[in-house]
Every structure is written in C-alpha cells, then in structure tokens.
Design a protein around this ligand. Structure first.
Ligand SMILES: NC(=O)c1ccc[n+]([C@@H]2O[C@H](COP(=O)([O-])OP(=O)(O)OC[C@H]3O[C@@H](n4cnc5c(N)ncnc54)[C@H](OP(=O)(O)O)[C@@H]3O)[C@@H](O)[C@H]2O)c1
Length: 249
C-alpha cells in the first residue's frame, strides 16, 4: 500500500472482516467499520484503537437497503475528509443449499446480499477511486464460484457473478492506477462454516487476512487463500463433466 489512508471495511463484524480490520490497523490505516450490528462494531473499534493505536470508527450498513447505499458511501468518504484510500467488502450469507433450492425467498436474499449489494457498492467505489486515480477495492468472493458443485451451486453463482464484475472493474480501473482484488478463500473458521459438514483444510481468519492485505499491497488480481486453493480449484475445474457428475462434491 502506498499511503496510510482511510479504509472502509464493509461486513466488519464477520469473522474475516474482523481479522482484516485488525491487520489493516496494524499497518496503521485509520478504519471505518460498517455493518448491521453497531454494538459489535463499536466494541471492535474500541478494541482496535487500544491494541493498534489507530483511529477506528463505525457506521451502520444494511446490504439489502439499496436506496441507502449512495448516502452511506458518501458519508464514509466524507468521514475521511474526501480521501478514502480503500474499500474491502466482507459481508455475505451462505444458507444451506438444499433449503435454498426450495425456498426462493431465501435464495433471492442471498443473491441480493452477496451479489447485488456488491454491485451497488462496487459501482460507488469505482467511481470514487477512478476520479482520485488511486486506491484499492477488495471483495471476498469464494472458491465456490470457480465451478458449480451440487452441494452449493446457488451460493457459488452469487460469488462467481461478483468475480466477473471484479474482473471487468480491474481492467476498467487499471488506467486509473486503482487496485482491484478478487479474494477467493477456501474454508475458513468463522460463523459461516461453524457446524457445517464436509469442511477440510480449514484456515484461520487471521491467516486469510494476512494473505488478503499482502495481496492488496502486491496488486494481485485474484488471491486464493490459503494459496493451495488455487491448485485445488485448478484440478476441480479440470475434472471432466462425466466424472464430476459421479462425485459427491
Ligand atoms: N467462512 C468461509 O469458509 C468462507 C469461504 C469463502 C468465502 N466466504 C465469504 O467471506 C465473507 C465473510 O464471511 P465470514 O466467513 O467471515 O462469515 P460471517 O462471520 O458469517 O460474516 C458474514 C457477515 O456478513 C454480514 N451480513 C450478512 N447479511 C448482511 C446484510 N443484509 N447487510 C449487511 N451485512 C450483512 C454479517 O453481518 P451481521 O454480523 O450483522 O450478521 C457478517 O458481518 C462472506 O462474503 C462469505 O461469503 C467465507
């Protein structure tokens, strides 16, 4: 990262959002922590300020309240005196695949949170950084977006759609020296995965946060975290359809 400007972390109450916020604070970035649970955000901000001696504050954000996004984003920019340096999107939902298959309202809500609210915020962030000709955008998608699997293709589709937006934005914003990072974690030990069956090679949020902040500093297009998921997903993408159909993935 070139300067220690202010960073907005959206979904900062998430397991990964908390760890990313702490990692950014360690590097000296002032933070604005956004999410639904303002009490939890307040506690996190206080904890970060004590541990890192870095300014941290919080801001209410509801992903599904699309009409509020412009005002929310403008207020965040204003908070940093018009010099927002980075945005990290960490919010997301992963309802059970079998329930999402029959409960369209649930599937729709997940798509709205994971994809549509991401598009809304990315548009606002892109416009801001494009005019400043600097800054970074990072959004957490998932390895689940790399190939549709019967166990989570609905969630995966919300993430692959967001990955496509990030890929296009990266090209658009390269001319303006803006870094755009698509973060694709494997399984991470957070509330999202607690108690779910079939988890393996589960990483800690802290490990993932270090990878993400390093990836932003190195202007990586796609960060698989931990790194070995790049190779696991390469193999999974290459499995022929006729074989893939027989796997209980
Ligand atoms: N854990 C994994 O294995 C894994 C793997 C790959 C990708 N991911 C992705 O990584 C990101 C972070 O997830 P996590 O694992 O750290 O999960 P988490 O701890 O369950 O956090 C989910 C976050 O999303 C926020 N959120 C949900 N619905 C929202 C809404 N309508 N408006 C605003 N915020 C909302 C939650 O806010 P509240 O605190 O208010 O509920 C919470 O901060 C997600 O995008 C997830 O899909 C996770």
């Amino acid at each position: 990262m070139t300067s220690l400007g202010g960073v907005l972390v959206v979904g900062a109450t998430s397991g990964m959002g908390r760890a990313i916020a702490r990692q950014l604070a360690k590097e000296g970035h002032p933070l604005l922590l956004a999410g639904r649970d303002t009490q939890a955000l307040d506690e996190l901000a206080t904890d970060i300020q004590i541990r890192s001696n870095t300014k941290a504050d919080c801001k209410a954000f509801e992903a599904l309240d699309f009409d509020s996004h412009t005002e929310f984003f403008d207020a965040c920019v204003e908070y940093f005196g018009g010099s927002l340096h980075g945005v990290v999107l960490c919010h997301g939902q992963m309802p059970e695949q079998d329930v999402s298959e029959t409960d369209f309202a649930l599937a729709r809500r997940m798509i709205e949170v994971n994809y549509l609210s991401g598009v809304s915020l990315l548009n606002l962030a892109a416009h801001h950084f494009e005019s400043r000709k600097s800054g970074f955008i990072a959004a957490i998608t998932s390895v689940a977006g790399d190939r549709g699997r019967q166990s989570n293709y609905l969630y995966g589709s919300s993430k692959s759609a967001l990955s496509t937006v990030l890929a296009g934005l990266r090209v658009r914003l390269a001319k303006s020296q803006v870094t755009v990072v698509d973060v694709r974690p494997g399984f991470v030990d957070t509330q999202l995965t607690w108690g779910r069956p079939g988890m393996f090679l589960v990483a800690s949020p802290e490990t993932v946060a270090e990878d993400i902040v390093r990836g932003i500093a190195k202007n990586r297009a796609v960060v698989y975290t931990p790194f070995f998921w790049r190779w696991i997903m390469l193999v999974i993408r290459m499995v022929p359809d006729v074989v893939f159909r027989r796997l209980s993935l």
